[in-house]
Design a binder for this molecule. Structure first.
Ligand code: MRU
Length: 366
């Protein structure tokens, strides 16, 4: 999507394969800085500290992390050790495992000396595919927004949570792809952006990227969601996912479950945008999804821009108070109106998903 009118992807290899350029998302929305990753450790650090984040982008960054690792060292064992290092960076988004397994399957049969160049190519293909999947989710999801508009002839109010926009993917986003597609098609759409404590990816990232594209949006505190739904100000909720189990249970940023509950109580359709690589066919339901516990510091402190323009962190809570920080929650499939996949919209059930992905079939344990 556009940054200051220029089409930009969130990740791209340097033309000489000397590195991979990313947007450092820890600095947004205050500073737009590109950063070059040159080593396996650079890539692992960027994922761990969330310079790159969002399930599909984590997968893409890991794929390039493998290419960087093989450029550093072309030994026989390097592929396996690099994948192990990258896999340990974040636990919830299954796209990480999916991308690394795909890289391993592609590269392991090759002689070690040929893996380096093949890794750059495989990572580029994976990124291009991500864009195509998201564009397709955009087209399918747009039909929901279009339908709502045709029913009411007024602006469609979509609520989202966290950032499942283009910053969370290579381009277009998952949950926001339908919004961009509808907006570009001239359908009047407005987005309620929930701030998404504790890291505020809604306030910092979703609001920023919607503004860059000119999409009307309003930032609200997470706690405002129920109130807005109760008062008829939300037509549709669309969120992304970090991992969907094969029965349609979905893990997404903490607070998603509460939105799904409020949506159900108020008859607001609750959709989850899920590309194929985000479905974990090894899990029968969401109870097996690992939930990342992040640092207490993210809850006790808040990051923002100081008067002098610098990005800084300030303490919110008493120094003696500890904090728990589960970063994701699982929304049960029964609260999900439908899953927007790149292959169309389906019920959040095992049958619904299996029909869209017959090659994956029903849950298969590892
Ligand atoms: O912790 P993050 O910022 O990586 O979490 C991101 C989310 O929860 C997104 O909603 C999810 O990855 C979907 S991204 C298209």
């Amino acid at each position: 999507m556009n940054i200051n009118g220029t089409p930009t992807r969130t990740i791209r290899p340097l033309s000489d394969h000397g590195g991979v350029e990313i947007i450092d998302q820890t600095l947004l929305p205050h500073r737009l800085e590109f950063r070059t990753l040159r080593t396996l450790e650079d890539a692992a650090e960027a994922i761990s500290v969330m310079r790159v984040r969002g399930a599909p982008l984590i997968g893409a960054a890991a794929a390039y992390g493998v290419a960087l690792a093989l450029a550093e060292e072309a030994s026989e064992s390097r592929l396996e050790t690099a994948c192990a290092r990258l896999l340990a960076t974040r636990p919830t988004a299954v796209n990480l495992r999916w991308a690394l397994e795909r890289m391993q399957t592609h590269l392991a049969p090759l002689p070690a000396a040929q893996r380096g160049e093949a890794a750059w190519n495989a990572a580029a293909v994976l990124c291009d595919e991500d864009v195509v999947l998201n564009q397709s989710i955009g087209r399918h999801g747009m039909e929901l927004i279009k339908w709502k508009h045709e029913q009411s002839s007024r602006t469609v109010n979509v609520m989202t949570h966290c950032n499942a926009g283009w910053l969370a993917t290579v381009d277009w986003g998952t949950a926001l792809a339908p919004v961009y597609t509808a907006f570009d098609a001239g359908i009047p759409v407005h987005v309620w952006v929930s701030e998404t404590r504790p890291r505020n990816q809604g306030a910092a990232l979703t609001a920023w990227e919607l503004a860059q594209h000119g999409v009307p949006h309003t930032l609200v505190a997470d706690n405002a969601a129920g109130h807005l739904m109760l008062h008829g100000q939300v037509d549709l909720v669309i969120v992304g996912a970090d991992r969907a189990a094969s029965n349609g249970d979905v893990a997404n940023k903490i607070g998603t479950y509460l939105k799904a509950l409020a949506a159900r109580d108020n008859g607001v359709p609750f959709y989850v945008a899920v590309p194929g690589p985000t479905i974990d066919w090894r899990l029968a339901d969401g109870s097996g999804i690992p939930i990342e516990e992040r640092a207490a510091h993210e809850v006790t402190h808040i990051q923002g821009q100081a008067e002098d323009g610098g990005v800084t962190s300030v303490r919110l809570a008493p120094a003696q108070s500890g904090a728990a920080n589960p970063a994701f929650d699982v929304t049960p499939a029964r609260l999900v109106t439908g899953v927007i996949t790149e292959r169309g919209i389906c019920p959040a059930t095992q049958e619904g998903l299996a029909q869209r992905y017959p090659e994956a079939g029903v849950c298969r344990t590892a």
